[in-house]
Design a protein around this ligand. Structure first.
Ligand SMILES: [Zn+2]
Length: 468
C-alpha cells in the first residue's frame, strides 16, 4: 500500500491573494507558499481566522517568491507553531527579508494607530505579527539554487525552476515516489508566471511534465496592451521634457520601479530620450534595486543585464534614501524624472511630490500600474479636478497618463503559451490565484484548446489525487 496524496487549497482560491497550498503524503505535510490575504476587508479578516490546519504539523514550507500575497503569512505561521525550514531561492530570501520586515512594520503601525484612535474592538489592538516574528521567520529561510533537488524526507523531492515574474521567482516541481504497485505522482505549482519578451526579467521556463498543475490565473480573462512598453513611455515623457517639466512616476518598489528605470535607461542610451537624471525616491525601492543589482546573474533576470558592471543602473540614476535626500528634490527644476512609492498614490513620499508637482501644467504624472477604486490614482484617471493630499485640496493642472502592460504577470495568451510549452498535458489543472471570472475564463480556454481537464477549487477544498 502506498501513501495517499492529498492537495488542499487554504488560500489563493477564488481570489488573487493568500496563496497557501497543502500537500499531504500519508502523515507528512508540505505547504507551498504562506501568503497574506489582501484587499477587501472580508479577505483581510481571513488572516485572523487561523490557516485551516495546525502549523505545528507541517514538515516543510516551500516559497515560490517574495511577494507578500505568497510570503506575508509566514511570520504568523512561525509564531503559531511552525518549526520547520522555509525553502526558497537565494534572491527570494533577500527580497523576502526586505518585504517581511516592511510588512511587520505596517502591522505594528496599524495596531498602534487603532489604539491611539480607539476604533478597534480589541483592547488593546494587536498586530498580526511583529518585527520579532518576522525576524524569526527569516531565520528559518534556507536558500537553494534553481534546479537543485531538495530531499523532503521519505520518497518526496522538489526543486525550484525559473518562472520570470520577479527576481528569484520560481515554479515548484514536486515528486512523490509511488509505493509498491503504484506510480510516481508529479505536481507542478506555477507560482506567478511572468511575461514573455519584456525587459529586466527572463521568460518563464517551460513547465516540466507533470500529472497535476496548480496554475495562477490573475489575468486569465485579459490581454495586455500590444504596444511596446518603450513606445508607450517615450512620447508623453518627451513632451514633458520639451516643457521643462518633471515626470513623477508613482511605482511599486519591488520589480516595477526597476523595470521602469531600465526601460528609461534603454530609451536614453538609444537616443530616443535625452539624458536626464532619474531619481529613485523610496527607501524600499532603493533597497530592492540594490538587491536586484546583487543578483544580476540570477536566472530570473535577462542575460543581457549581466554586462560585468555589477550594477543594474550605472549612470543617471540617483538614490534618495533619507528624508533630507528626498527633500533636496524640492529645489531641483525640470526636466527630470522622480520614481517614488506608493504606486496608487495612497501613502508615502510620493505624496509630497504630488502636492508640489500637481498644480503646474508642465509636469506629468505617469501611472504605471493598476489603480484600485478609492485611490488617488483612480481619481486622477476618472478626471478629478482636485485631489486631497495631506489635508489640502490640490488643483490638478499637471498632465497625467496611464501605461499598460507593465504587470509582472502573464496575460491570458501568455498563460496558454506557457501551459502548451510543457512536454505532455497534465491530467488536471487546478486554476488558482484569480478572481472567479478570470479563473473560469482561463479554465474554459484550457479545456477548449488543450487536452487537460480543469478544476477551480474554492477556499478549503481538498482533493485525493489517487482517486482522481
Ligand atoms: Zn507575485
Amino acid at each position: 500500500m502506498s501513501d495517499t496524496v492529498n492537495l488542499a487549497f487554504h488560500g489563493g482560491a477564488g481570489t488573487v491573494t493568500g496563496s497557501r497550498y497543502l500537500v499531504s503524503v500519508g502523515q507528512r505535510k508540505l505547504l507551498v507558499d504562506a501568503g497574506l490575504f489582501q484587499g477587501l476587508k472580508e479577505l483581510r479578516l481571513l488572516n485572523w481566522r487561523g490557516p485551516g490546519f495546525d502549523p505545528g504539523t507541517i514538515d516543510h514550507l516551500l516559497l515560490t517568491h517574495a511577494h507578500i500575497d505568497h510570503s506575508g503569512y509566514i511570520p504568523r505561521l512561525v509564531r503559531d507553531g511552525y518549526a520547520g525550514p522555509v525553502h526558497c531561492t537565494p534572491a527570494t530570501l533577500d527580497l523576502a527579508t526586505l518585504l517581511l520586515m516592511d510588512s511587520a512594520k505596517i502591522h505594528e503601525e496599524d495596531a498602534a494607530y487603532a489604539n491611539k484612535k480607539g476604533f478597534s474592538k480589541h483592547k488593546p489592538a494587536l498586530p498580526l505579527y511583529t518585527s520579532e516574528d518576522a525576524q524569526a521567520a527569516i531565520a528559518r529561510m534556507h536558500p537553494i539554487p534553481y534546479g537543485t533537488w531538495l530531499d523532503l524526507g521519505v520518497e518526496i523531492k522538489a526543486r525550484f525552476l525559473n518562472v520570470g515574474h520577479i527576481l528569484g521567482a520560481a515554479m515548484i516541481e514536486l515528486h512523490v515516489a509511488g509505493g509498491t504497485g503504484s506510480k510516481e505522482t508529479t505536481i507542478v505549482f506555477s507560482g506567478d508566471v511572468g511575461r514573455y519578451g519584456v525587459p529586466l526579467h527572463s521568460d518563464p521556463m517551460a513547465p516540466p511534465a507533470c500529472d497535476y498543475l496548480v496554475m495562477e490565473s490573475t489575468y486569465g480573462d485579459r490581454r495586455h496592451d500590444p504596444l511596446s512598453l518603450e513606445s508607450q513611455l517615450s512620447e508623453p515623457i518627451q513632451k514633458t521634457f520639451d516643457r521643462r517639466g518633471t515626470v513623477l512616476i508613482p511605482s511599486f518598489a519591488v520589480g516595477r520601479a526597476q523595470l521602469v528605470t531600465l526601460i528609461l535607461r534603454n530609451l536614453m542610451e538609444r537616443g530616443d530620450l535625452p539624458e536626464v537624471l532619474i531619481h529613485i525616491d523610496s527607501p524600499m525601492a532603493v533597497d530592492a534595486t540594490r538587491i536586484y543589482s546583487h543578483h544580476l546573474k540570477d536566472e530570473s533576470l535577462d542575460d543581457e543585464l549581466d554586462d560585468g558592471s555589477d550594477r543594474l543602473f550605472p549612470r543617471q540614476v540617483q538614490f534618495h534614501q533619507t528624508v533630507e535626500q528626498s527633500k533636496a528634490l524640492n529645489e531641483l527644476p525640470g526636466p527630470r524624472i522622480i520614481i517614488s512609492a506608493s504606486g496608487m498614490l495612497t501613502a508615502g513620499r510620493v505624496l509630497h511630490h504630488l502636492r508640489r508637482l500637481l498644480p503646474e501644467e508642465r509636469n506629468l504624472v505617469l501611472l504605471v500600474g493598476y489603480q484600485a477604486a478609492g485611490t488617488r490614482g483612480r481619481a486622477l484617471l476618472d478626471g478629478a479636478k482636485l485631489l486631497k493630499v495631506h489635508g489640502q485640496q490640490v488643483p490638478v493642472r499637471a498632465r497625467f497618463h496611464a501605461i499598460h502592460g507593465l504587470s509582472a504577470h502573464a496575460d491570458s495568451d501568455e498563460l496558454l503559451r506557457w501551459l502548451r510549452s510543457t512536454p505532455t498535458s497534465p491530467r488536471k489543472v487546478f486554476i488558482t490565484h484569480g478572481e472567479p471570472e478570470a479563473a473560469r475564463a482561463l479554465a474554459r480556454r484550457i479545456e477548449k484548446e488543450t487536452t487537460s481537464d480543469c478544476a477551480e477549487p474554492r477556499l478549503g477544498d481538498e482533493f485525493d489525487l489517487n482517486a482522481l
